[in-house]
Design a binder for this molecule. Sequence first.
Ligand code: BG6
Length: 495
Amino acid sequence: MPDRIQTIAYPAPGSRPSRRDPDPLAPHVIVLFGATGDLAKRKLLPGLAYLQQSRFTPDVRIIGTATEELTSEEFRARAREAVETFGMHKLTDEQWSQFSETLDYVPVTAGPEALATAVKAAEGHLGPDVRRLHYLSVPPKAAQSVIAMLRDADLVDRARVVMEKPFGDDLASAIKLNDFVHETFDESQIFRIDHFLGKEAALNILAFRFANGLFEPIWNRNFIDHVQIDIPESLGLDQRATFYEPTGAFKDMVVTHLMQVMSFVAMEPPTALEPRAISEEKNKVFRSMLPISPTDVVRGQYSGYRNEEGVAPDSDTETFIALRVEIDNWRWAGTPFFLRTGKKMAEGQRIISIAFKEAPKTMFPSGSGVGSEGPDHLTFDLADSSRVSLSFYGKRPGPGMRLEKLSMQFSTQETESAGDVLEAYERLILDAMRGDHTLFTTAEGIESLWDRSSHLLEDPPPVKPYQPGTWGPNAIHQLIAPRAWRLPFEREWRE
Ligand code: BG6
């Protein structure tokens, strides 16, 4: 019997596991590769610290490893700084010292035996049923050597391995990487993570679409004009040039996060919220995607990018991308999906906007304002405190028939369980420890996406410059015309 989505099965934050909680988790040793990197600092260490004090997790010990030569003491000091700077939940001194006691560090240069010794020592503290979770927070090029190290260290039994995106660089390298990993781990042990799928708001798309009778009947090409998945970021490289320069916005964000989220918007109802059924529906969306044509893509690079430390003076890496995607199936043929993301843009937002087909307008008097603010929309905000808004035309009070755009909005902050929101990585780490693959990506899905991207990767259009603090190069307007980008919002979200 496959695992089901476990949302309702989790104990409340702050509570201790009770006997009634399903499937008590085995204790875990977590080996964190890339432990001094940006992701570990911003998300993984703060997330693990929170999970541990919220008692969601069983007994855990964490072994950090990276190329830097640090002692365990130095690593703990870095971890403390990371948790204090980036953690959404602050730790008391007592909570910190509990967490810190579980942290150790082994430099990669110490070799597989040293790692194996550290893992066995950690297991000694945790008892007989201990499991291993290897978290590979490393770039695609380093993934193979980490897998080889785990094999040489004999750390494969009782283990699961979480692999970060991007998974490979193109179709050939993804296939090669999958084959290589399969020589050591079987598929049930592999968790390819895409943290956007762990966001509360992304999961809410499934609830919204499939738990209500209202929207699903109109969720298709007959009623929806187009969809926008728009994730501009105001932040820049943040000392990540070594990762970003060979990666760029398409591989960092689009072939990963934006397309995974798109599959939640576009998929057919799965037979159950369980891994096989969800993956199959997502993979059908990817297989129905038309190959991305380079003429449907705008690549941009912010002015000043080439002067950043670690960036080549003639770099062709895109820091911005906007594209049109077509899903050629019975539900979506003719309804384009517009995707956009970039660094150093005017605002940080993460929205999915569904634009409905416009109504006939001639019955309204001229100058009434009908249609003047674009089509009616349903908008999902993928922020941690997720929001949904339905905007529509309504009558402005008073004489005559003047229309204006109004909206109904909902925020998870309004619910009593607002405090239960788990950060995406927290949720997914917990799911991986439970062995629940529902929100992880599959080899087949990733390979289809690389396959549909191959024309673009072989023949990318030249990067166009844009000024930091803007919405990208001017060509984005031609890409979407005669429609218009939904952002920037004409009205702020209501607080
Ligand atoms: C990461 C990308 O996967 O996602 C980053 O590598 C990006 O470049 C980040 O900034 C965005 O994630 P979130 O959850 O902060 O929106």
